[in-house]
Design a binder for this molecule. Structure first.
Ligand SMILES: *Cc1c(COP(=O)(O)O)cnc(C)c1O
Length: 353
């Protein structure tokens, strides 16, 4: 049997992170963002675990993702679809009672015309200039939605990774003023970073994503996010290389001293970034082992000289997890935790505890 990379998904950690973030905004209901296959952790399993823990509001990006979540959480919870629904998806959305987030006045007109009695949400853009109805169009929104008001109103923070950024308070203020025009709607502003800002950023529902999975901006004092997964790759071979030799494609790493090298089954074909070449690391029994040479499609070579006794074929080296914090590995690859976990492909076997 061939050896594959695997991701041990820690559902109990994801639930613990969700509870801890919820406790930071005690006035708000804690929702959960499970888009992009729950940031690579498996949307069905994650939604099921969070629902069992009491989560009643889920957020996804696509209708298909919402359909998957509906299948595991049953009829009760709200499921909001950030990117809205196209006309051909409308019937399915209504049937499954997914809540599309409408992002323009045109989408609103169409929704009210064809699906008047079904709940919908509206995203108001308060500074991102990405998705949502512009704040100057809110008077038109109020008029257009008078007879069929939105069930939810939301906006999104531009720079919540930096709690000191003045945009946070400004967006909070703008959102609070605009949201007053929709007294029956539930209000939502904060992603993980927003929940971490001290102060009242909760409104009615919070939308943490990355923080549930152990990544994101630095957490406030007293909260240590637990890893959502442990990404591991099995050692295929171990060899002893001499000083002066090089490692991998392009000979980008030259050994200055003799080294013990282990080659593991993991590569950019599994979604592990090539930009981690000569930068990232693995942990073998708690000892950091640097990635040497280029990450190739199916293989990575690590220098295990410092953990020589542990390095044997079939032993797993950790690339994300308790010994290799997600954001630390991501930073070494020149990216962020979001991209690292959502990029992991199907060849990485997800295993649930
Ligand atoms: C992805 C997303 C979130 C979750 O953000 P995190 O930074 O992962 O917590 C919240 N709201 C919206 C609109 C999003 O697109």
């Amino acid at each position: 049997m061939s050896l594959h990379p695997r991701a041990l998904v820690h559902l109990e950690n994801i639930v613990a992170n969700w509870r801890a973030i919820g406790a930071m905004q005690p006035g708000a209901e804690a929702g959960a963002v499970v888009k992009a296959n729950a940031y690579g952790h498996g949307a069905g399993q994650v939604a099921k675990a969070l629902h069992a823990a009491g989560c009643q509001t889920f957020f996804v990006a696509y209708v298909e993702e919402g359909m998957e979540v509906r299948g595991v959480v049953g009829d009760g919870p709200d499921i909001l679809v950030f990117n809205g629904a196209s006309e051909i998806e409308r019937i399915e959305v209504e049937k499954l009672r997914l809540i599309p987030v409408l992002n323009s006045l045109t989408d609103l007109d169409t929704w009210i015309k064809y699906a008047r009695s079904s709940p919908y949400a509206v995203h108001i853009d308060t500074g991102m200039n990405r998705l949502g109805i512009r704040s100057e169009d809110v008077p038109a929104l109020i008029t257009a939605s008078r007879d069929a008001p939105p069930a939810h109103i939301m906006s999104h923070l531009v720079d919540s990774d930096d709690p000191a950024c003045p945009l946070n308070a400004a967006q909070r203020q703008t959102f609070s003023e605009l949201a007053q025009h929709f007294p029956t709607a539930r209000k939502s502003l904060s992603n993980t970073g927003g929940c971490y800002i001290c102060g009242d950023f909760g409104f009615d529902v919070i939308r943490p994503g990355i923080g549930l999975y152990g990544g994101g901006p630095p957490a406030p004092a007293g909260h240590r996010p637990l890893p959502g997964m442990t990404l591991e790759a099995p050692i295929l071979t171990v060899q002893h290389a001499k000083a002066g030799e090089s490692v991998g494609y392009g000979a980008t790493h030259k050994l200055t001293v003799p080294a013990t090298l282990a080659t593991v089954a993991l590569g950019y074909g599994d979604g592990f970034p090539r930009s981690a070449s000569n930068n990232g690391y693995a942990s073998l029994g708690g000892t950091p082992c640097p990635i040497v040479g280029r990450v190739s499609m199916d293989l990575i070579t690590i220098d295990v000289s410092a953990a020589r006794d542990l390095a044997k074929p079939g032993v797993f080296a950790q690339f994300i997890g308790p010994e290799v914090p997600l954001e630390d590995q991501a930073k070494r690859a020149g990216t962020v935790g979001y991209e690292l976990v959502t990029g992991l492909g199907d060849r990485v076997r997800r295993i649930y505890d």
